[in-house]
Design a binder for this molecule. Structure first.
Ligand SMILES: Cc1cc2nc3c(=O)[nH]c(=O)nc-3n(C[C@H](O)[C@H](O)[C@H](O)COP(=O)(O)OP(=O)(O)OC[C@H]3O[C@@H](n4cnc5c(N)ncnc54)[C@H](O)[C@@H]3O)c2cc1C
Length: 384
C-alpha cells in the first residue's frame, strides 16, 4: 500500500519578513565595505570567522537555542529566512555552519547539562566550529560498517581509526566522532556512540584532500590513541546510530540543499539584462519554478521540525531534488551563455561558473548519495 507524503504549506510570519529586511540590509552593508566576495557553495568554501562572529553578535546564530544557553528562542521559520538570505547572497557561512545547523540541536536533544552550558553559548557567538566525523575510507553510504573504535579505559576513552571527507576539520575546534564502543553483533547498527573530540588533542592528525585547483575544504582525519574524557560522550553509550539518524532531517532539508549555485543564477540574470530572447526566458522560468517548489518543500520540513514531527522522508526528498537542481543550474546556464569558466577571470559570471563546476560533483554525494536517498524515500512511501 502506497503512503502519501504531506507537507504543510506555510506562510512566513510578519516577524520573519521584518527579519529578512534586516538581513538584506546587513548583507548590503557588508558588500559595500567589501567584507566578503559573493561565492557559490559558500557553506562549504566560505570560511570567515569574523563574519560568523558578526552574525553571532546580531543574534543570527543559535536562533532556536534557549536563552539560558546563549540562544535567542526564535522560530525555525525565522532561522530559515536568515539562512536562505545568507546563502542566496553567497555569504561566507562555512565556519559556523555545522555547529549552528546540527551540533546545537544534537546537544539540545541528547547533551548533558554541562555540555549544553559549555558549548551552546560558543556556537551562538560564532566562535566555536565543529566538523562531522561519520565517513571513513571504507564506509560512506554504509555507515554501519564504520570501524573507528573507542575503548574504555579506567579514566575516559581511547579512540583509534580514521575519518575521511571531513569538511572544515582543518579549521574546526571539535569533531563529532561516530564510532564503535561495543563489538559488532547481528544488529549491525548497535554498539555505536558519539564523542565530542577536541581536534587539538594529541594523536589527531589532519591531512588535506584538495580539489583539482588546490582548494582545501575537506580532510582525512586520523586518530591514534586519542584520549577523550567520559564527559565528552554525547547522549547514551550505544545509542549513536539513533542519535546520528535524528540529525539527518536538519542536515538534508535546509536551503543549502538547493541554493549552492544560486549566486550563479542571480549573476546570469543580471548579465543577460531585461529582455533576453524567448528560449532563455523559458529556461530561466523552468529553473525558478523548480526553485520555488523546493523552497516551499523545505519550508514545510522546517515547519514539521518546529512541531517535533517526523520529517526524514520529506527531508530526503528535498535533498535529492534540491541537489539535482543545483547541478542543473550549472549545466543549463553553461549552454545558454558561451563562457570560459575561470577563477581568475574579470567576469563575475565566469568566476561563479568555475566555482559551481568545481564544487558540483559533491552536491549529490555529501549528506547522503542520491541512490541511498531514493531508497529511503521509496521505503518510506511503501513502494520498496
Ligand atoms: C563535498 C563533500 C563534503 C563531505 N563532508 C563530509 C563531512 O563533513 N563529514 C563526513 O563524515 N562525510 C562527509 N562527506 C562524505 C559523504 O557523506 C560521502 O561521500 C557519502 O556518504 C557517500 O559515501 P562514499 O563517498 O563512501 O561513497 P559510496 O558509499 O562508496 O558510494 C559510491 C556510489 O555508490 C552508490 N551506492 C552505495 N551504496 C549503494 C547501495 N546500497 N545501493 C545503490 N547505490 C549505492 C552511492 O549512491 C554512490 O553513488 C562529504 C562528501 C563530499 C562530497
Amino acid at each position: 500500500m502506497f503512503k502519501e507524503l504531506q507537507l504543510p504549506f506555510l506562510e512566513l510570519p510578519t516577524s520573519a519578513e521584518t527579519l529578512r529586511e534586516e538581513v538584506r540590509e546587513f548583507i548590503k552593508e557588508e558588500l559595500s565595505s567589501m567584507s566578503f566576495t559573493v561565492q557559490c557553495d559558500s557553506w562549504l568554501g566560505g570560511y570567515d570567522p569574523e563574519f560568523s562572529r558578526k552574525l553571532g553578535e546580531r543574534g543570527w546564530l543559535g536562533m532556536n537555542f534557549p536563552k539560558k544557553y546563549g540562544g535567542h528562542e526564535r522560530s525555525a521559520l525565522e532561522r530559515f529566512v536568515v539562512t536562505e538570505e545568507l546563502l542566496a547572497a553567497g555569504a561566507p557561512v562555512a565556519a559556523h555552519w555545522i555547529a549552528d545547523r546540527q551540533t546545537g540541536p544534537l546537544l539540545l536533544k541528547f547533551g548533558t547539562e554541562e555540555q549544553k552550558q559549555k558549548y551552546l553559548p560558543k556556537y551562538a557567538k560564532g566562535e566555536w566550529f565543529v566538523a562531522i566525523g561519520l565517513s571513513e575510507p571504507n564506509s560512506g553510504s554504509d555507515l554501519a560498517s564504520v570501524s573507528t573504535k573507542a575503548e574504555k579505559m579506567d579514566d575516559g576513552w581511547k579512540i583509534n581509526g580514521s575519518k575521511i571527507w571531513t569538511s572544515g576539520a582543518h579549521r574546526a575546534h571539535q569533531m563529532i566522532v561516530f564510532c564503535r564502543t561495543a563489538p559488532r553483533t547481528e544488529d549491525r547498527r548497535a554498539g555505536f556512540s558519539q564523542f565530542m573530540v577536541d581536534l587539538s588533542t594529541p594523536g589527531v592528525t589532519i591531512r588535506p584532500i584538495r580539489l583539482m585547483n588546490g582548494e582545501h575544504h575537506f580532510n582525512e582525519v586520523i586518530f591514534e590513541d586519542v584520549e577523550v574524557s567520559d564527559d565528552m560522550v554525547i547522549g547514551n553509550l550505544g545509542n549513536g546510530w539513533h542519535q546520528t539518524m535524528s540529525d539527518l532531517a536538519y542536515e538534508r532539508s535546509g536551503p543549502e540543499r538547493f541554493l549552492s549555485t544560486f549566486p550563479l543564477l542571480k549573476e546570469f540574470i543580471r548579465v543577460i539584462g531585461e529582455n533576453p530572447d524567448r528560449s532563455v526566458r523559458v529556461a530561466i522560468g523552468n529553473l525558478i519554478t523548480r526553485l520555488w517548489t523546493l523552497r516551499r518543500m523545505s519550508l514545510g520540513v522546517a515547519g514539521l521540525l518546529e512541531k517535533g514531527e517526523s520529517s526524514d522522508i520529506a527531508a530526503a526528498l528535498v535533498k535529492d531534488l534540491g541537489t539535482q537542481f543545483e547541478k542543473d543550474v550549472t549545466e543549463t546556464l553553461r549552454l545558454l551563455l558561451s563562457t570560459t569558466p575561470s577563477l581568475n577571470s574579470d567576469s563575475r559570471f565566469e568566476v561563479l561558473m568555475a566555482e559551481a563546476i568545481l564544487h558540483a560533483p559533491g552536491f549529490t554525494l555529501r549528506g547522503g548519495a542520491t541512490e541511498i536517498l531514493r531508497g529511503i524515500i521509496a521505503r518510506g512511501l511503501g513502494v520498496r
